[in-house]
Design a protein around this ligand. Structure first.
Ligand SMILES: NC(=O)c1ccc[n+]([C@@H]2O[C@H](COP(=O)([O-])OP(=O)(O)OC[C@H]3O[C@@H](n4cnc5c(N)ncnc54)[C@H](O)[C@@H]3O)[C@@H](O)[C@H]2O)c1
Ligand SMILES: [Fe+2]
Length: 369
């Protein structure tokens, strides 16, 4: 049997924020990061809650790549707030933190009813607003822990591109390459299906049509809107199909070194495409055709796709090698075995089209150096 799950109610476009006034709740807990408070974006959320006289608490301590400590602190505050709605406002880090808080609160205080979870993404990247995944970093052991549970899927996603208008070009580039990696890995996954293909293809079209525009012109709102939709579509796709070893290696790399998740994917994706080409070449060729690249045969289509990814990276100032991501060589080499081993055990590895060995992953990381 093949199945597709899509639990989240998606509200988007103008007036989508009004949804906040329609959610059944008595007390809200807003999870966000310091930028959202400083920029006034958090006020946009609280003012909607205030219009309905919903008391609320603000937890604004989320850092990029949220730590277990932040999640623990948030869980304690959430349990004592006795809220029945969690609103996550921010990039993947804030949304993942909110999801993990809801999850751990269910364990810490099982007597409390499960809160409603509303996610408002402010980056076009992770698709976390519709996925069952929350990535939390264990800073002590230098490892990213992806939690994966149906309970983590937000009930409501509110997509309002105005929240993404202020994303600086470097973050637009990195998060946009995360969208592309989600979509390419979903399309070539061992667990893809007709529905995930449709969503992945549309997300890839949006990335190649609009990512560079959003990067070049921060206030190109059409480009921002399309990237936000593409990000959500890619999230829906990979939530059903799983991902691949670009993500496995990016998680391992990001756990050891503080590299933005999307940047790690951007550097690794061309290597993965070449590595998978025997098993997934036909699919890469289809993608090359869809985005208008040369695709006379599998080899040409695959190379054209690799070149297109490299070109997009280059146009947005993304380096092509790990050594250019402020990673120190001795530390990288010392961590190679650990990273390869973490990548092999990562849950994304099982849906990769080609089964890698430990040595394959070590070599791929070395090649990307
Ligand atoms: N849950 C999932 O399915 C999933 C998938 C992929 C990645 N992740 C995880 O998500 C995290 C990365 O999330 P991200 O890439 O969205 O970045 P992020 O949330 O870490 O944000 C990156 C930076 O951009 C800033 N920022 C966010 N929105 C902004 C805005 N509108 N204007 C200006 N600045 C803004 C943040 O303050 C932060 O400093 C990583 O921990 C990654 O592992 C989760
Ligand atoms: Fe990702």
């Amino acid at each position: 049997m093949t199945q597709f799950r899509g639990k989240t109610k998606i509200c988007y476009g103008r007036y989508a924020l009004d949804t906040l006034e329609e959610l059944p709740c008595t007390r809200a807990f807003v999870v966000t990061d310091p930028f959202m408070v400083k920029s006034g974006f958090a006020d946009q959320i609280t003012s909607h809650l205030e219009r309905r006289n919903i008391p609320h608490c603000l937890f604004s301590h989320v850092e990029p790549d949220p730590s277990l400590e932040t999640v623990k602190r948030g869980t304690v505050e959430f349990v004592s707030a006795r809220a029945d709605l969690i609103v996550a406002l921010g990039g993947g880090s804030a949304i993942d933190t909110a999801k993990a808080i809801a999850f751990f609160a269910g364990r810490a205080a099982p007597q409390l009813p499960r809160p409603l979870l509303a996610a408002i993404p402010t980056t076009s990247g992770t698709g976390s607003e519709v996925t069952a995944i929350s990535v939390v970093t264990d800073k002590t052991h230098g490892v990213k822990i992806p939690l994966n549970d149906e309970l983590l899927i937000p009930d409501v996603a509110i997509l309002d591109a105005r929240f993404t208008r202020t994303v600086p070009p470097s973050v637009t580039a990195a998060t946009g390459m995360d969208v592309l990696t989600h979509a390419v890995e979903a399309y070539t996954s061992r667990e893809n299906n007709a529905f995930t293909d449709m969503l992945a293809v549309q997300a890839i079209r949006y990335v190649f049509s609009f990512l560079f525009k959003a990067y070049q012109q921060m206030e190109d709102m059409q480009a921002r809107e399309m990237m936000l939709l593409g990000s959500c579509m890619a999230g829906m796709a990979f939530n059903n199909s799983g991902l691949g070893i670009t993500h496995s290696m990016a998680h391992a790399l990001g756990g050891q070194f503080h590299i933005p998740h999307g940047l790690a994917n951007a550097v690794l994706l061309p290597h993965t495409i070449r590595f998978n080409s025997f098993d997934a070449g036909v699919r890469y060729r289809e993608l090359a055709r869809i985005i208008g690249l040369p695709h006379a045969n599998v080899e040409e289509g695959t190379s054209a796709l690799v070149e297109a990814v490299l070109r997009l990276n280059e146009n947005m100032g993304i380096p092509t090698r790990i050594r250019d991501l402020k990673v120190e060589e001795t530390a990288f080499r010392a961590a190679l075995d650990t990273m390869a081993s973490h990548a092999l055990d990562d849950m994304c590895t099982k849906s990769n089209p080609r089964r890698p060995s430990l040595a394959d992953l070590r070599l791929l990381l070395e090649q990307a150096w």
